[in-house]
Design a binder for this molecule. Structure first.
Ligand code: ADP
Length: 314
């Protein structure tokens, strides 16, 4: 069952997302199929938003302190709605992992409420309200995680103001292997160490790669995707905050991954592969390389999610 009678209640899957994707710092993102949170959103007779349950993570129930509440309230405010909703959040994605934990909750909240209201807005139109949740989480209302979480597949934020998000195709055999070392990197720290200026030489390399990556996605040209997964601007600086980053990258590439880079602001690191078998081999190689470091880690293996937030399968 997807919903109960008269759509009073909806159970949804809210995908994890990889932002930046090497050469696409602050503009590219992609949704994952096999990793994500679950939410149960119900109509309430009491106006406003109440978060009644959170499992899996210690996060605030106060809707003004939880990204799900902030995003939901921004949507209700925009719709001038007197409706009320109760939200239950079942977290599977750890906060601060770099695979869009806050974005999953922000996107899920606005998607679920919009659904229960009869879908007055399209998923594209929901992005600005989910971005308000991101503003609470990181101080910046960025779209690079919430756009793929809502629209699925790869998305490109051509402009944040005015918002212009472009959907890109997801090659059918593309798989992601993600390692999440269980260390904390504060998003503020990983932003602070970034250079504010870049050289023209680096700029040329980066936009060459980004353009070619987009072309590779359209053409389903896996070798081109692999050659383009290079980040000469952010990765050299940020990777120093991730212990064993070079080991992971070498293991992934030696095992035949198309490319490997930092997911969001880290500490998670992703590798793309062609086919599930190769993605498994890459996971095994990363596991073997990282185990001696004695840093606990989680590994995820996932197909690209072409859909974004969706009704939960029975
Ligand atoms: P990620 O990139 O994985 O989303 P961030 O560090 O950007 O991680 O965001 C997590 C921050 O957002 C944490 O400070 C967390 O307490 C806060 N937060 C508030 N509500 C939620 C929620 N529902 N899910 C995840 N994080 C939340």
């Amino acid at each position: 069952m997807h919903t109960n009678t008269a759509n009073e209640r909806v159970r949804i899957f809210c995908p994890a997302t990889i932002a930046n994707v090497s050469c696409g710092f602050d503009v590219l993102g992609v949704a994952l199929a096999g990793v994500g949170d679950h939410m149960l959103i119900s109509r309430s007779t009491k106006k406003g938003i109440r978060i009644t349950k959170i499992t899996g993570q210690d996060l605030p129930l106060d809707p003004h302190e939880n990204v799900a509440g902030v995003a939901a309230l921004a949507l209700l405010d925009h719709l001038n709605s007197n409706a009320g909703f109760e939200i239950e959040i079942y977290k599977k994605i750890k906060a601060g992992s770099g695979i869009g934990s806050s974005a999953a909750s922000s996107a899920g909240a606005v998607w679920g409420i919009n659904y229960l209201l009869g879908s007055p807005l399209s998923p594209q139109q929901l992005i600005p309200f989910a971005m308000e949740g991101e503003r609470l989480a990181s101080g910046v209302a960025h779209a690079d995680n919430v756009a793929p979480a809502l629209l699925g597949g790869f998305t490109l934020v051509r402009s944040s103001n005015p918002l212009d998000v472009v959907c890109l195709p997801s090659p059918s055999e593309l798989y992601a292997t993600v390692i999440h070392p269980q260390i904390e990197i504060k998003t503020a720290d990983s932003r602070r160490i970034l250079k504010t200026n870049i050289s023209l030489t680096d700029g040329i390399k980066q936009w060459g790669n980004l353009g070619a990556l987009v072309a590779g996605l359209f053409k389903e040209d896996y070798p081109l995707i692999g050659r383009s997964l290079e980040d000469v601007i952010v990765e050299p600086v940020r990777s120093i905050l991730i212990p064993g980053f070079d080991l992971i990258k070498k293991a992934a590439l030696d095992a035949g991954a198309l490319g490997c880079g930092i997911s969001g602001s880290g500490p998670s690191v992703f590798a793309f592969s062609k086919g599930a078998e190769k993605a498994k081999e890459v996971a095994t190689a990363i596991q073997a390389a990282y185990t001696p470091l004695d840093i606990p880690f989680e590994l995820h293996l996932s197909k690209i999610n072409p859909q974004g937030v969706c009704l939960e399968k029975a």
